[in-house]
Design a protein around this ligand. Structure first.
Ligand SMILES: Cc1cc2nc3c(=O)[nH]c(=O)nc-3n(C[C@H](O)[C@H](O)[C@H](O)COP(=O)(O)OP(=O)(O)OC[C@H]3O[C@@H](n4cnc5c(N)ncnc54)[C@H](O)[C@@H]3O)c2cc1C
Ligand code: SF4
Length: 337
């Protein structure tokens, strides 16, 4: 681990501190950044501690949505009564991730900005275009069981590891950010990037910007939803494939549908053509299989991850079936701290 400076930010100087030092990084819960520093993957010259900023509130918006401060811990968010009642798919996705201890430390903003779990990204002895642009991608011809099947490039096949972001994508969330030029809002589906030929850039957040909040619009799909996470172990493992499915039903037909996948791409994967194909259709296996085929029409597998295509197809059908039946995937509803 290299030497670094440490400074605590306040509301007045957080942006000027990050804007004044291009090699500095914000630190919130530290559960991802500190690991990356210990592995010599991230080498910030300075850590700007934002954990004391007043960004810890979950507030109701006038039109019925919620505004979640960037420093709300993942566990507080999952167990917040308004989230549990109105956006249970978000609570379910958060509780499918990490462990109780990690969720207590992890922040909303840090979860959005956590980096890939590609083994080669963490292994500084191997080439990796995300860690060292232009050095090559060790995963393409290597161990790629966890890697992406959609939206990949010749430069990178990494996946985004967050569970929370998959539910946020399905819910049409917006990310509020602030920087030297003022504030702006970015749709969650446009916040993370596909790798293209710049895999070193995970998101469209500028280096001198801070995430201040995440906004959830209505509806929350509290009646018919599922977050289904398929992984190697029942807990404490990242998704091989995950599916956030949310439906609004009317008289046995689908009035509105949202479908987002995790573990399959460099960003939470949403497919508007699959959602359009669900709208107005009857709830049945044929409808759900057709939507799954549409989501996966351009999927490509490599030597070790081709199994994910069939796994994703079956996970989509199962998640939609459970959502339609109002029987969400069970997550622990016990409050574990
Ligand atoms: C063993 C283990 C298992 C895990 N399993 C899962 C899992 O199954 N599913 C899952 O989704 N996650 C999992 N995680 C990841 C965990 O959710 C993240 O580490 C956590 O959400 C990061 O939040 P943090 O506040 O600790 O971020 P930090 O480590 O503090 O920061 C992460 C990044 O975000 C930046 N940052 C933080 N806040 C802001 C902000 N407000 N504005 C701008 N930049 C910011 C930092 O500069 C840094 O680059 C796991 C982690 C571990 C260690
Ligand atoms: S998949 Fe991406 S993160 Fe992994 S080795 Fe290739 S370039 Fe690096």
């Amino acid at each position: 681990m290299i030497n670094f400076e440490y400074a605590r930010a306040n509301s007045a100087d957080a942006i000027s501190q990050i804007a004044g030092d291009p090699t500095a990084k914000f630190i919130a819960g530290g559960t991802n950044l500190i690991d990356l520093m210990k592995e010599d993957v991230e080498r910030p010259s300075r850590l700007i501690d934002i954990s004391k900023l007043p960004l810890k509130a979950v507030e109701e918006m006038p039109e019925g949505g919620l505004r979640i401060g960037a420093l709300v811990p993942n566990s507080d968010l999952a167990y917040h009564p308004l989230v549990a009642q109105r956006y249970p798919i978000l609570a379910s996705a958060i509780l499918a991730g990490a462990s109780a201890q990690l969720r207590n430390m992890a922040s909303t903003g840090g979860n959005l900005l956590q980096r890939t779990r590609c083994y080669y990204f963490y292994d500084t002895a191997t080439p990796c275009n995300k860690r060292e642009p232009g050095s090559g991608c060790s995963a393409i011809g290597g161990l790629n069981r966890m890697h992406a099947i959609l939206g990949t490039s010749d430069a990178c096949i990494a996946t985004h590891p967050s569970d929370m972001c998959v539910a946020l994508a399905a819910l049409d969330a917006k990310v509020h950010v602030a920087g030297p030029a003022g504030t702006r809002a970015i749709a969650l589906v446009n916040f993370h990037r596909l790798p293209g030929d710049t895999p070193e850039r995970d998101t469209n957040l500028a280096p001198n910007e801070i995430v201040t909040a995440v906004e959830l619009p209505v509806p929350g799909f509290a009646a018919n939803y599922t977050y289904l996470k398929i992984r190697d172990r029942l807990s404490y493992a990242f998704a091989l494939v995950s599916v956030a499915a949310a439906l609004e039903l009317e008289g046995g037909a689908i009035k509105e549908a949202r479908l987002a996948l995790g573990g399959v791409a460099h960003k939470p994967w949403r497919d508007s053509s699959a959602e359009a194909a669900l709208r107005g259709e009857a709830v049945n296996p044929t409808t759900f299989s057709h939507a799954a085929d549409l989501v996966l029409r351009d999927a490509k597998g490599l030597e070790h991850n081709a199994f994910k295509i069939d796994l994703a197809r079956r996970a989509i059908v199962r998640a939609l079936t459970q959502a339609a039946a109002g029987t969400p995937q069970s997550q622990s509803n016990k409050k574990i701290r």
